[in-house]
Design a protein around this ligand. Sequence first.
Ligand SMILES: Nc1nc2c(ncn2[C@@H]2O[C@H](COP(=O)(O)OP(=O)(O)OP(=O)(O)O)[C@@H](O)[C@H]2O)c(=O)[nH]1
Ligand SMILES: [Mg+2]
Length: 455
Amino acid sequence: MAVAITLAHRAHFARRIIGDRTVLHSYRRQVQTQSQLEQEVPRGTEWTPHTGGKKSGRNFIDRMRCTAIGGAGGNGCVSFFRDVFVPRGPADGGDGGSGGDVWLEADSSETSLSCVKQWLKARPGSNGRGKSMHGGRGSDITIKVPQGTLVRQILIENKDVQPEDPGPGADRSSRFLADLETQMARRTEDKAALFVHYPRWEERNDLRGVRLPAEFKAFRWAMAHAPPLSADLTSHGQRVLVARGGLGGMGNPHFIAADDRQPHYALRGLPGQTRVLDLELKTIADVGLVGMPNAGKSTFLRAVSNAHPKVAAYPFTTLNPYIGTVAYDDAAQVTVADIPGLVPGAHRNVGLGHAFLRHVERSRVLVFIVDVSRPEPWRDLQMLRDELDLYREGLSDRPSLVVCNKADAGDIARRNYDAWRLIAPDLNLVPVSAKLDKNIKKATHAIRQMLEQQK
Ligand SMILES: Nc1nc2c(ncn2[C@@H]2O[C@H](COP(=O)(O)OP(=O)(O)OP(=O)(O)O)[C@@H](O)[C@H]2O)c(=O)[nH]1
Ligand SMILES: [Mg+2]
């Protein structure tokens, strides 16, 4: 028995040491905080999150850039009917299939953009074949993104980007786009490059008088004049076409004319549309919780909703936004977003910065969670309001409620609360103890009332 316990213990220990860095890293973070807890954190302290100096190790992504490329169209085919006594039959080349499209679709089960790859490529269409066999269409791809994703196209000025020497600053996607544009420009200049030729007929085919099919011209015009894409995927199932597949080329029967009964050329397929996209997730929750680290935001979310964010006695426990749903007795539901704590100077990227405020930006109501056991808690509220306004002018003017959390924390909390009520009698203050589940109902009802007033 003793041996078994030792082995199990060792295995666990080994996993801690060898296992992924987050395990070790969170362990180290706790140790650091333990010592930190022993000394009181004075006002004006430079708050720094203990994330091991690595913000990017998280798998929550709320902003990214990706490139969507529609599948290329398949080429048309140059072919002639042949049979035992028919050596020079009519043209019977099939058309190429068009390329697949790239779609983005909002899905309520996704919470982060980490599932989106950097290059989103749909399948190309297949080439046409003889005996009038048309090529198949390339399959589409649909990428699931969380609800509340904003999609914007990044327009790259092509003349600034030289395809041969893109310069050190140019990234891969702009280089790719520049190459593609040059290829297209060359094809347009050189009409022959738009066609596939029958073997050894490259020289003999005279394409000067050949008229391009109207469908082909219309597609190219539509691609060249497509307006910049901008979409907001707010509801489950909403989808947006981000890159169209290229048109398949026409086979040689399309070019039969009075003066050329046997055309020895067919059209190539067109490349798919390419768009560089900026995806930004702005969570859609009715209520946004804003507060300093350690104020008890996550404890409050646990108390009011079905969510179970991590709660611990050190700052920056929450590193990613959490959404919880508050269920009222009359079956009404309200979504609440908990975000990482804000610290003085968040707009200068102190702490985790204020980028997470994008997740409360769309909330109809803001709930400020203030630790009322801290000295002069009203100054904390002012700091939070200032930081909100520095992120977006007027954001702090949203209807709001101030939750005075940790009201159970002794005399100091009571004295602060009484003083605060005297200083600001008009303020919507609700004393609660999220930890002991005290007065939570009052807070949730106040939230509900504010939301109903908004309608
Ligand atoms: N006494 C008391 N302690 C509380 C109360 N609410 C939260 N706490 C404690 O405060 C500490 C921080 O709580 P969290 O909910 O993690 O705080 P947070 O605001 O989410 O912190 P970050 O995620 O770091 O921004 C924990 O140790 C909680 O147990 C309360 O009502 N009373
Ligand atoms: Mg938290």
